[in-house]
Design a protein around this ligand. Sequence first.
Ligand code: ACO
Length: 292
Amino acid sequence: MVETSDEWITERTGIKERRIAAPEETAATMGAQAAKQALEAASLQATDIDTVICATTSSAYAFPSSACEIARLLGIERAMAFDVAAACAGFSYAYSVAHSLILSGQSSKVLIVGSDLLSRACDPTDRTTIILFGDGAGACILGASDTQGTIALHASADPFSGDLLSLPIPQRGAIETPWLYMKGNEVFKRAVVVLAELVTKTLEKGQMTAADLDYLVPHQANLRIIAATARKLHLDMAQVIVTLDKQGNTSAASVPLALDEGIRSGRIKRGDVLLLESFGGGFTWGSALVRY
Ligand code: ACO
């Protein structure tokens, strides 16, 4: 499709394969599929869920939201349901909101879905983006617990660098072309610096050090960014869950997909301390230090 090579893509990004959604699939249908598997894994019924949050920036409809569609597809009645738009950091933001809802007593079982189809948002002739993004959905369910759960959270945004990574919607008033735009090398440099600060700050908040971590579960944008964060934490790459090689950058889905891979493969075990982190357009970034 574009002038590139497997060698360039592998060397610069670490991506070998990506998954592309079928034409009839949407963020909601993929999200519902992931949510079903999360419910099964948690031995819960759809009716146990009282809040549905979908992190996405590729919802087929502005409304009903993908979260409402997911609730409909799963038969979840009367739950609060809404989408969170924070690009690739969407899952971390959704996690923060879910945590607060549980702490406040407003929710008891929150279904968080990360679902994106950014392959459709990329200009097929733009080699700087079309090689990067894959489609996917991941889900997890949060509830209160005395023995496991969230140790520390952090989420933040830099609203002054939005033009370096954007997805304009001309129909809604954006003046640019309707394709995802990314000034890759600028985003890369910023992501490495921000993520290094983010993981340090999150561990401090949780009164832990990197030595307490069992696994890093990072956003999957670029293997060099992931490796830089692992180096900052003095973690061996064996302690990092990497799915990028098989899935590419799945935006808000990448952290829950990596979490799923880590758990289902048997690497992540009950009681393990995990650091989830992500960085995306906005710029936005967020993290969760969690005992699984
Ligand atoms: N094939 C071959 N050559 C290419 C390709 C390609 N697909 N794409 C770019 N090039 C060329 C460029 O034209 C440039 O050529 P030049 O030196 O002659 O000008 C050269 O390769 C280097 O380009 P860079 O953009 O500097 O390459 P870089 O090493 O930075 O890799 C990449 C690009 C992979 C995009 C990297 O910058 C990156 O991963 N950035 C961060 C992505 C990220 O974290 N995004 C945040 C989340 S995404 C979200 O929120 C939706």
